[in-house]
Design a protein around this ligand. Sequence first.
Ligand code: SF4
Length: 330
Amino acid sequence: MADTINKKCDGTTPLRQGDGVAPFADTLARHGLSLARDRVHTLQVNTGYLCNLRCRHCHLEAGPGRKEVMSRETMEAVVSFARRFPFQAVDVTGGAPELVPGLPFLVDGLAPLAPRLILRTNLSAVSGAAWESLLGLCVAHRVVLVASFPSTNPSQADALRGAGATEAAIAVLKKLNAAGYGVAGTGLELDLVSNPVGTLLPVSRESAERKFRHDLLRKWGIVFNHLHTFANVPLGRFRAWLQRTEDYERYMKTLTDAFNPSAVEGLMCRTLLSVSWDGFLYDCDFNLAADRPASGQKTHVSDVRDLPSPGSPIAIGEYCYACTAGSGFT
Ligand code: SF4
């Protein structure tokens, strides 16, 4: 019941005893595991919480009313950080990064610094000339586009993202294919991300990818490279929704029952650092949502002298179970 769980939305306060959810660290220990860093090779850059959508599953509570966006000054600090500590991949996310003024500056600055630059998109944040110009920039820098596309069933996807969202996303995916994105032989990578509805767990990545590939091609003639599927993370708006519908405990039980010890080794927090819109370091985007900075203290990218070394601890919370359910969140 809702009154048996804590009301804090960051997922860090332990559940009261008797609710059946073991602390994540205890579950790791039971399997002879711990969660510690490997060598950092990926930098995730969260450009802010401004978004044109208000998805129910959003762990950041991003939306049209949010004012937190990365300033030009912070972008300069992030580019300088990526120059000082070369990463194999830089992953630009939000909110909707397309809505952040100065995104082209960030992309221009980061592209020469990492072999793989990724930009996340919800396919609906900008249109017209703004979209064309962003697309040109992405093609010029061979940016990998990772687009959220919850479901190939329009009514299911619109229920998550708002009426008409699927139709708009399909139109954009067609334009991306026309520009070469997702098309074999072009080198322009287009990946999709699908979230299950509500408290369901995702089906296996391989079978979901097969279904998406078949449905998108048959219904709309769309092609893409890879599909990623992840369980919804019980933080932010999704956690608030779980609490409102008194589904929080049931969802946590679903996640803990699906704990997969073999997913731990590949967890992204082992090799990734996440920078917040205001320039501070976190172990992952979920710890950012939970306001749990890396190494337990807020450190600005401008002040970083060394990356966390292998073996360094990672902040964990009960939301980590979403990353280890089924095939995991890597
Ligand atoms: S939420 Fe996931 S990625 Fe973040 S620390 Fe926990 S297990 Fe790692």
